[in-house]
Ligand binder design. Structure first.
Ligand code: FUC
Length: 827
């Protein structure tokens, strides 16, 4: 793109419009960018011309310069497709639409020209009401359940468990869609130069096309600072923007009405006496006329229009539903409409880019990079990911984008579908499934430099510690707290759905994220807040574990190895998770210099828990008994928790490390999206980058939708959020320490520990390592070329790459560069 394509055309006395000739794709987007700047340009030209007003002239000249800079910048950015999902046609269905979100709200942009649909969600709209899922009398069954299992009477135990130990009711509540905005544009059914895109670098979804000589453009983004979804519509000719706006909802008990000429309100209540909800959309026009018929708004002959959409429910917290959604909506709209659209957009960009731009990844690019995303996906499905290495980068950054869009401080955590759902009965209720999916959603937050996005998960854990204390007491007669297989908005913690819901280590697994946050950030204030939650979670298992009469070990039960086998005593995964939990709690007590006695008790209990077993095939056993089947390629990788995301099994535990690899090989390739994504970091930890890559390729080839959403069977976001963690683990690992438990303990940073052959050249910036490091890596021909280390906490570390090591003493805030031999590069 060059400046010859831009010419200024005086249009009317009221504005000047920059028109852009070829290429067509740039015409639309850049002309609208220029349109936004046109009033500034006009005033600059007028003002500079006035003699004697030197100061104002200077100011205007600066504005002109700023405007020209913004044109150049936008042209430059538009030439770069590497961070864009883009298409030459509108979304035919929901799974082709493009997601935007600010954690609290999400929307799917279809990009239709004549009848645009914007389907939106708000993260607290769930069916149900405050409820304790504990089943009365369940606690009385515990001893009998254990006796039956220890006597080998599994079928009877399962029958009893199903009838008397599951939650009340047995299913938890579903996440709900909120509503839809519909924009009708008469005569827009035959567009030319159509393009829709989602730019990951700006978190803006754009639809652009031409009708006759008029180019239309819509930008949509979800602003976190303003807590609203913003849609900005422009036409590049004066007074040519006309449309009708409607808002509706799939909920039968809901109504839409105009609150004023420019604002629609959608109100309703979920059955039965469920949450009340309200959404408002306000239209702000430049030029044109606006009118309403009472439940829709018509805009005629405007130059541009901005829609501000907000939504809320009566949910305050999981025990209190007395919030006033109307008040929230009114406050959001009042604040946002005091400011100019340009300012709202600039604030959104500043907020979003502060997170997103912390990382970059380059795995190579080729001609394919510039093709529409659906075409790229089809090509990769037939020719492999190697034919389009930049699609891997796009998928990685899309995962980071999706986490930012579905999990921000103050919001609910990303659920099975993030924050995006159009169904009244979504798959698995679109809840938080704790036996892999919810944890996987958050593997990337620390590794991929989005630490703040983990906050909603920490808030959820705080809630579960409250509701889970009731479940611990009533169902187990134990102190502390427990959460099972799933949770919902009402923080259900009792075992749900079916017999495999009796799996008491969901909450304990979540606790790993508390410890990891401390590991990455060194934030002692956070650790002090998290400690009681860790302590209470550990306390539950102090009370709950029982002595196995055969071996004398402490074992978990009744329990399940997630979704395999039958109700049992002593699944390996439980023991690994409980040991990890106790280890974190002991470390935390030490860091905080408190609870020495309790820590000593935990050490004693931990040492008695059944250790990992190696079976007759040399495999890591999934259960206490050696019953694993070599051809078992189940999607769940449960007993490999200790390899990833745990760190109990490492090369320094060689027998278990080899046994874990045997099991890993048996499990083979993934099936669901998330199961491909789980295999990635596992193989990375096993040191096999090629097999990790193969799982990534499988995820993209077999389980990825046109909008790059991951498929479990239906859409589920865990694969999208899990894969970036897998890539991060292929490039950098920091879970091992040298001289563990001694004064000279040293964090090891493994550089390129599982680089696949398919990525011989590349670079990454801003990956995070435990002990407060940020790492940039460049590699060529499959070998490290340069590493830059930024130390946020001033901790020492051991850099390791192949057989080279370097002990690096750092200062807080220091930056250190090393050559391929890990020799410091002095600058
Ligand atoms: C686990 C998985 C299923 C699905 C569900 C939401 O139970 O085994 O495949 O992802 O969660």
């Amino acid at each position: 793109m060059n400046f010859r394509n831009v010419k200024l055309v005086a249009q009317t006395s009221r504005s000047a419009v920059a028109q852009v000739s070829k290429p067509a794709r740039l015409v639309i987007s850049n002309s609208a960018e220029a349109f936004r700047g046109a009033p500034i340009l006009k005033s600059a030209i007028q003002q500079v011309g006035k003699p004697a007003l030197l100061a104002r002239g200077l100011k205007s000249a600066l504005l002109l310069l700023a405007f020209l800079f913004s044109v150049v910048w936008n042209l430059r950015a538009d030439d770069n497709n590497a961070l864009k999902l883009w298409y030459l046609q509108p979304a035919a269905k929901w799974t082709e639409a493009l997601p935007i979100g600010n954690g609290h709200m999400g929307a799917m942009i279809f990009g239709r020209t004549e009848d645009e649909r914007i389907q939106f969600n708000e993260d607290t709209l769930w069916r149900g009401k405050p409820h304790d899922y504990v089943r009365a009398g369940a606690g009385d069954q515990l001893a009998e359940l254990r006796r039956l299992l220890l006597d080998g009477k599994t079928a009877e135990a399962q029958k009893l468990g199903k009838e008397k130990f599951l939650s009340d009711p047995v299913r938890q509540m579903p996440y709900q869609p909120f509503g839809d905005l519909h924009l009708h544009f008469v005569g827009h059914d035959q567009p030319a130069d159509y393009r829709r895109e989602l730019d990951l670098d700006s978190a803006i979804a754009t639809t652009s096309y031409r009708i006759g000589e008029v180019s239309f453009r819509r930008e949509a983004f979800a602003s976190y600072p303003d807590q609203a979804i913003v849609i900005h519509l422009t036409a590049d000719h004066f007074e040519r923007l006309s449309f009708t706006l409607e808002m509706d909802s799939p909920h039968t008990n809901s109504q839409t009405r105009a609150l004023s000429l420019d604002t629609l309100s959608l109100t309703g209540q979920l059955p039965t006496n469920g949450l009340r909800f309200e959404s408002r959309v306000k239209v702000v026009l430049s030029g044109g006329n606006i009118k309403t018929n009472g439940n829709s708004i018509s805009v005629q002959n405007a130059n541009s229009a901005t829609l501000y959409l907000t939504a809320a429910t009566s949910f305050k917290n999981f025990e209190n539903v007395t919030a006033d959604p109307a008040k929230h909506c009114a406050a959001v709209l009042k604040k946002i409409s005091r400011r100019k659209f340009e300012q709202v957009r600039a604030d959104h960009l500043a907020d979003y880019r502060k997170l997103f731009r912390r990382m970059s990844l380059d795995l190579g690019a080729n001609d394919q990079t510039n093709a529409p995303t659906d075409q790229r996906l089809r090509a990769v499905k037939s020719s492999g990911l190697k034919s389009d290495p930049a699609l891997a980068t796009l998928h990685f950054q899309y995962g980071r984008y999706l986490l930012i869009a579905s999990s921000r401080p103050g919001s609910q955590p990303a659920n099975l579908q993030g924050v995006w759902n159009e169904e009244l009965n979504p798959p698995w209720e679109s809840k938080w499934t704790l036996n892999i999916n919810c944890e996987m959603n958050y593997w990337l937050s620390e590794l991929c430099n989005l630490s703040e996005c983990g906050e909603p998960l920490f808030d959820l854990i705080d809630d579960l510690a409250i509701s889970g204390a009731r479940t611990a007491k009533e169902q187990y007669g134990c102190r502390g707290w427990v959460a099972h297989h799933n949770t919902d908005l009402w923080r259900g913690t009792a075992p749900i759905n079916n017999i495999d819901g009796i799996w008491p280590t969901g909450g304990a697994w979540l606790c790993q994220h508390l410890w990891e946050h401390y590991q990455f950030t060194g934030d002692k204030k956070f650790l002090a807040h998290a400690y009681p939650v860790l302590k209470q979670a550990s306390l539950f298992f102090v009370d709950y574990l029982i002595k196995d009469p055969k071996t004398g070990w402490l074992v978990s039960g009744p329990s399940y190895s997630p979704e395999q086998g039958s109700l049992c005593i002593g699944p390996t995964m439980d023991h690994q998770i409980i040991r990890a939990l106790m280890t974190y709690t002991i470390h935390a007590a030490k860091v905080l210099n408190m609870d020495k006695k309790f820590a000593a008790e935990l050490e004693r209990v931990r040492s008695q828990i059944a250790p990992d077993q190696i079976g007759k095939h040399g495999q890591l056993q999934e259960w206490l008994e050696d019953v694993d089947m070599p051809n078992n390629n189940h999607r769940h990788m449960s007993p490999l928790f200790a390899l990833f995301p745990g760190e109990e099994i490492i090369p320094a535990t060689p027998k278990l490390f080899e046994a874990a690899k045997v099991l890993l090989k048996w499990r083979g390739d993934g099936s669901t999206g998330w199961s491909y994504a789980w295999r990635m970091p596992l193989w990375a930890r096993a040191g096999d980058g090629d097999f990790a890559y193969r799982q990534f390729e499988g995820l993209i080839q077999k389980r990825t939708l046109p909008n790059l959403f991951d498929l479990c069977g239906p859409f589920q976001i865990d694969g999208n959020l899990g894969a970036p963690a897998g890539i991060a683990e292929m490039l950098l690992q920091s879970h091992q320490v040298q001289n563990a438990g001694t004064e000279s303990e040293l964090r090891i940073l493994d550089l390129l520990p599982a680089l696949p052959k398919a990525w011989p050249n590349g670079s990454v910036k801003g990956l995070c390592a435990r002990s407060g490091f940020e790492v940039d890596l460049t590699w060529r021909g499959g070998a490290l070329k340069q590493v830059t280390l930024r130390s946020k906490l001033g901790q020492p570390c051991l850099l390791r790459c192949g057989d080279r090591t370097f002990k690096c003493i750092t200062k807080k805030g220091g930056e250190y560069v090393f050559d391929p031999q890990l020799k410091p590069v002095l600058n």
